[in-house]
Design a protein around this ligand. Structure first.
Ligand SMILES: [Zn+2]
Length: 512
């Protein structure tokens, strides 16, 4: 049995629901911000469960609904979106009624939905995209909306018990869109007509960032004129699509409980739910976009093989996991270790989650490579790979994997070091004239790769001795151009580790 058991356990929990009908999995997306690590994590983990389910019940069908809550109103200006001046007049309106601030799509929501699809497609996820706005406007939700009206008293009773007393009287499950100003969060329901499925509202609720227009109107609750509050919206979705399985973050426990109750009131069967812990940074603090801690999706993709994040997400989601740039090497090494173990002990276990290729045992880790690149100031991934080959020639059997790993390590070290304070290097370029001669000396040293470090060190003294150069300045020059530092490891042994070809290619770059 594989170490990874939770997707299989989740698949078992769905056993009693297996039927001729497809098993419906859902993930939700809030399009007021761009897709991020949380979006990826939720879709990836749901996909793990779907795969485990398909393995356990090969004849069963599955569908993954990626639902975008794009009829939600924009309450504040999103930090990672430009052109705030263009957006400000539309605050309080549904995202699908707001022009695209990037000027590329029909609406803000369309742009964001497009970004979500691009994002999910780029990782090869299989899903069906559903837009909230389209679901409301096309009438798919009409039946469920009528049921909310039919069970108004019952829903109201369980809901208001969870909110403060002063808000209870004004509470309504319905959020009509004002026919005059188009805003959704400025309206207040003053009367409902369950016979005709209509309601009457006043647009008189001012917020700090947007104002009500004073309009008063009556509207049908169907056809996209009225949205329901989000916990009810969640239940409406489960009821309408027959969702069987959904994951949610620990911060949404009470919402998920409420939505389950309402789904049952509507006449639906609430889905099997799975609560996951939130991510923490390397210091145990909650990850926040404002602080920028943790590891963003862009950083994951830039610094780690995709398997690194998938492996990270495969660990038990019920345990809070730490992720931060300082511990990224450790996280990627867990992935590399797992791949060694999986291929050695149990080739059929969880490989199907990530990559199926065989990875031979090696001591070479992300951490070692990052240290080498950092301490030797290597900025060339092919150079780092050559170093790695000298360290462990067997990695040549997985050349592609380790070459990619070196690319990622170099990107990581480069960006990570860029954050550290820099010393301004003054390079005395007059020494460049001696490069062709140094290249010649090394080229003519047939047994360079077999020489001891001190013998190579002696070779480096030939030029300053011959031309009576300041030896300290000469080495300072060599460190500056080879390592981008004024000082470094003893050069002879270091160049010995790099080997003749690597040293020559580095020196050729300088002499150009
Ligand atoms: Zn209005």
């Amino acid at each position: 049995m594989s170490k990874v058991t939770w997707p299989h356990q989740e698949a078992k929990r769905l056993r009693s629901l297996v039927s001729e009908q497809p098993m419906i999995f859902e993930t939700g997306y809030g399009p007021s911000g761009l897709p991020h690590i949380g979006t990826f994590a939720e879709v990836a983990r749901t996909t793990f469960v779907m795969k485990a389910f398909k393995e356990a019940f090969p004849d069963a069908k599955v569908r993954l609904i990626a639902f975008s809550d794009d009829m939600d109103g924009l309450r504040s200006l999103p930090e990672n979106i430009p052109n705030h001046d263009k957006l400000r007049p539309f605050l309080g309106m549904p995202l699908s009624s707001i022009p695209d601030p990037f000027g590329q799509s029909a609406s803000f929501a369309d742009y964001m939905n497009g970004q979500l699809k691009l994002f999910l497609d780029s990782y090869g996820f299989e899903y069906e995209f559903h837009s909230s706005t389209q679901s409301y406007q096309s009438g798919i939700f009409d039946n469920g909306l009528k049921r909310v009206m039919d069970h108004y008293t019952q829903i109201r009773k369980i809901f208001v018990s969870t909110i403060s007393k002063d808000k209870r009287e004004a509470w309504s499950p319905f959020f009509p869109i004002c026919a005059a100003c188009g805003k959704i969060y400025t309206t207040r329901v003053v009367d409902i007509d369950p016979e005709n499925y209509t309601l009457t509202y006043h647009c008189d609720q001012n917020a700090a960032a947007f104002k009500a227009c004073g309009h008063q109107g009556t509207t049908p609750i169907t056809g996209g004129k009225v949205k329901v509050g989000w916990k009810i919206d969640w239940a409406l979705r489960w009821y309408t699509f027959g969702v069987n399985y959904e994951m949610y973050g620990k911060d949404l426990i009470s919402s998920a409980n409420m939505a389950s109750k309402i789904c049952a009131i509507l006449g639906g069967k609430p889905p099997v739910l799975y609560k996951y812990e939130l991510f923490l940074d390397e210091n145990g603090a909650k990850i926040s976009k404002k602080i920028g801690n943790g590891i963003s999706m862009e950083q994951w993709v830039k610094y780690s093989p995709l398997g690194g994040i998938l492996n990270f997400l495969l660990a038990n989601p019920n345990k809070a996991r730490q992720m931060g740039l300082p511990i990224l090497p450790k996280i990627v090494d867990e992935y590399i270790d797992n791949r060694h173990k999986e291929s050695a002990e149990n080739p059929q276990s969880h490989c199907w989650f990530i990559e199926a290729s065989h990875l031979e045992k090696s001591d070479l880790s992300y951490n070692v490579l990052a240290n080498v690149a950092q301490n030797l100031s290597l900025r060339d991934a092919s150079l780092l790979y050559k170093y790695a080959l000298r360290y462990d020639p067997s990695i040549a059997h997985n050349a592609q994997f380790f070459q990619t790993l070196c690319d990622k390590v170099i990107a990581y070290v480069q960006d990570y070091e860029a954050q550290l304070p820099k010393e301004a290097l003054v390079i005395d370029t007059s020494y460049t004239q001696y490069m062709p001669e140094l290249i010649q000396i090394i080229t003519e040293t047939e047994n360079f790769n077999d020489l001891e470090g001190e013998k190579i060190q002696a070779l480096l003294f030939l030029i300053p001795k011959k031309y009576e150069l300041n030896q300290r300045e000469w080495f300072k020059f060599l460190y500056s151009v080879l390592l981008n530092k004024e000082k470094g490891p003893r050069l002879g042994p270091f160049l010995g580790i790099l080997g003749k070809d690597v040293v020559l290619s580095m020196l050729h770059k300088i002499s150009v």
